[in-house]
Design a binder for this molecule. Structure first.
Ligand code: CO
Length: 280
């Protein structure tokens, strides 16, 4: 992700006007993308070959001749044929609104109609480049635990014992967070009751600001380092850019709640011998 995102801008077909394509190419460059421009009158095969050779993530097609319904799908088809269908294709030019559903059904990810601000193309590329980067990471395995902020574990436990019938698996003090944690098993996952041990504890500050309640959701992941690097490269705000030690020998890191609409997510990687299961 250190290198810039690469976009091939191409003009398939026979029309001889490339002003529109050049304007888009310049806008993409100004937006920090690396743009390769193929020039006029390219066949779909030439475009696909150039895209593979130049190792681009996106192809932007511009067509004014009216042949977009043949040329655009042909580019997508050839990409598939060459095993390069991870390259995202978008298009613009003189394209009637009523052709858009057909083009989208053929795998063209987005059509920009005349008059669309060029910034929208830049935004489109960034949004979809992010999505692509994330697909390299396996999804989280399960919810590792749900963290619940309480003023007092002793006061909170009877509800979990007596009303929900859950079992206490153990308690632990996590010095780095200045919290005492009580683990209650529920299926493969757990509730963690978090009691602050000092006013400096993040849990104390949370309770002061928002009261007792759900504090965070922890996701059980493989490969926390790669995932954090990926999130960072994608511009996701992190509280911890590198993992720290959590309960049960896990390596943990928190995302910033701004990254997820106010939800605090924790990534949790358990030692391999534990497999992330059976936390007793
Ligand atoms: Co946690």
């Amino acid at each position: 992700m250190e290198r810039k995102i690469r976009v091939l801008v191409a003009k398939p077909g026979l029309d001889g006007h490339d002003r529109g394509a050049l304007v888009v190419a310049q806008a993409l460059r100004d937006g920090g993308l690396e743009v390769v421009y193929t020039g006029l009158r390219q066949t779909p095969a030439q475009i696909v070959n150039a895209a593979i050779q130049e190792d681009v993530e996106f192809i932007g097609l511009s067509c004014l001749s009216g042949a977009h319904n043949e040329l655009f799908p042909e580019v997508v088809r050839l990409l598939k044929e060459k095993g390069a269908d991870d390259i995202i294709v978008f298009g613009g030019g003189v394209i009637p609104q009523e052709d858009i559903p057909f083009l989208e059904s053929q795998g063209i990810k987005k059509i920009f109609t005349p008059g669309t601000p060029t910034q929208e193309a830049v935004d489109f590329v960034y949004q979809h480049a992010k999505g692509k980067a994330m697909t390299f990471t396996k999804p989280p395995k399960q919810i590792a635990h749900i963290g619940i902020a309480v003023k007092s574990i002793d006061a909170a436990l009877p509800f979990y014992y007596e009303q929900l019938g859950l079992q206490l698996l153990g308690t632990e003090v996590v010095e780095s967070e200045q919290v005492k944690v009580a683990f209650l098993g529920i299926g493969e996952t757990r509730f963690e009751l978090l009691e602050p041990l000092s006013p400096e504890s993040p849990i104390a500050k949370f309770i002061e600001k928002r009261g007792e309640g759900i504090h965070h959701i922890a996701l059980d992941v493989d490969n926390i380092d790669e995932r954090l690097a990926n999130l960072k490269a994608n511009g996701v705000q992190l509280i911890n850019e590198t993992p720290k030690d959590g309960a049960h020998g896990a390596r943990i890191a928190f995302l910033h709640p701004k990254a997820a609409g106010g939800v605090l997510f924790e990534l949790c990687q358990y030692p391999a011998d534990n497999g992330g299961q059976g936390h007793e």
